[in-house]
Design a protein. Structure first.
Lengths: 200, 183
């Protein structure tokens, strides 16, 4: 496990020295990640530390995205595991979560005390509205990637709208929605990809 | 009114988050609608506004977005709730990630895996849209703040599309505008 990942691409020049090095690096990058850690992770791990090439980073992120769980958390786990096995995975995960967790829980605790203050309540309301906007913007931006989806735009839109209707309108549980729509999507995508392959 | 969390609710609470972990394809945020359904709708432990506050706090603080989950746990059942929610949402997905990552990423170009990524993408986007809708809900029901909040939401979307501004600046601006009593 003590080897660097061996996919092509230059510029992975260095290795972390120890699990502690991983822990400290991931703590520092997590603490800079306001509203998302991914961009910071790319800059720290690829551009500044040189632990991964750009290609290796993208590859790891693609796999992290495919799996359930928070993407950047999966990413930190997988990188830690590649360098130092279980110890590395744990060190990277702890680095990613520990310091931000302490901060956010202290915020939550003091919010319960301060929430009577109209200014604090107002600030939180404003932040809540921005949070809603950020989420909607992210979903809209990601939906652009559906253009290159092998299923084509119409089936994709149908699946997305069905998801929204089932979850937002009928309040259906994800326990049914994810396996149900996920399996239908998988079968549909498989059929479209096979058809494309036959056509070419 | 919100309901009281009692100790005997604890095992079921933890199990729910364990199950949600395996459903969180596309990130923990895609399970926000389900958490809302469970914590606010089904059990009534949290009010709509408290749910949105948890997500706003996690967005305002540095670190991965998944930290809104322990904040929700904290609001429901204090530090124990925070710990249970965080461990629950991470443990299954973490073990699965490690296993799959070790099994190898060489099969990424195979039909089954490509169909998996392509087939799940539209559903993931639908779930994220729903999460945005649920975050906006408390403002829609609040006649006093409805239009100012909707304007702020729309402005945020526009800025996210038109500029490269970091989200932290938008969150800070939202806090400032809110603190001045405009929202």
């Amino acid at each position: 496990m003590n080897t660097r990942p061996t996919s092509p691409g230059p510029a992975a020049t260095r290795n972390p020295r120890s699990p502690l090095d991983l822990f400290v690096t991931f703590s520092i990058l997590a603490l800079q990640g306001f509203g998302g850690v991914l961009a910071v992770a790319q800059r720290e791990l690829v551009d500044r530390k040189g632990w991964l090439s750009r290609e290796q980073f993208l590859e790891a992120y693609a796999v992290a995205q495919l799996l359930p769980g928070p993407n950047v958390v999966n990413l930190s786990l997988m990188l830690g595991d590649r360098f130092f096995g279980w110890r590395g995975a744990f060190a990277a995960l702890a680095g990613m979560l520990l310091a931000p967790l302490l901060i956010v829980i202290s915020l939550a605790a003091s919010y319960n005390v301060l929430s009577d203050q109209p200014m604090v309540a107002g600030a939180l309301r404003g932040m809540g509205a921005v949070a809603a906007g950020l989420m909607i913007a992210m979903a809209l931006k990601l939906s652009v990637t559906l253009r290159s989806n092998p299923m084509g735009l119409l089936p994709c839109a149908l699946i997305a709208i069905t998801t929204i209707v089932l979850v937002a309108v009928f309040r259906m549980s994800l326990v049914w929605v994810v396996p149900g729509l996920g399996l239908s999507g998988w079968i549909l995508a498989r059929w479209f990809i096979m058809r494309q392959r036959k056509a070419t | 009114m919100t309901e009281v969390f009692v100790l005997s609710d604890f095992p079921e609470f933890f199990l729910r988050f364990l199950a949600l972990s395996l459903l969180s394809i596309g990130g923990a945020m895609s399970t926000a609608p389900e958490m809302h359904r469970y914590l606010v709708g089904e059990r009534g432990w949290l009010a709509d506004g408290e749910f949105t506050t948890a997500i706003a706090l996690a967005q305002a603080a540095p670190g991965p977005n998944v930290l809104f989950v322990p904040v929700l746990g904290y609001q429901v059942a204090g530090l124990t709730g925070a710990g249970a929610a965080l461990i629950g949402i991470l443990l299954p997905s973490t073990l699965l990630s490690l296993a799959v990552s070790r099994w190898g990423s060489r099969r990424r170009e195979t039909l089954a895996v490509r169909a998996f990524t392509a087939g799940l993408a539209p559903m993931t986007i639908g779930l994220l849209m729903t999460a945005g809708w649920i975050l906006a809900l408390p403002f829609l029901g609040d006649a006093e703040h409805r239009w100012s909040a909707l304007t702020l939401i729309a402005l945020t979307v526009i800025v996210m599309f038109r500029t490269r501004l970091g989200p932290i600046w938008l969150i800070a601006a939202g806090a400032a505008v809110g603190a001045m009593g405009w929202i």
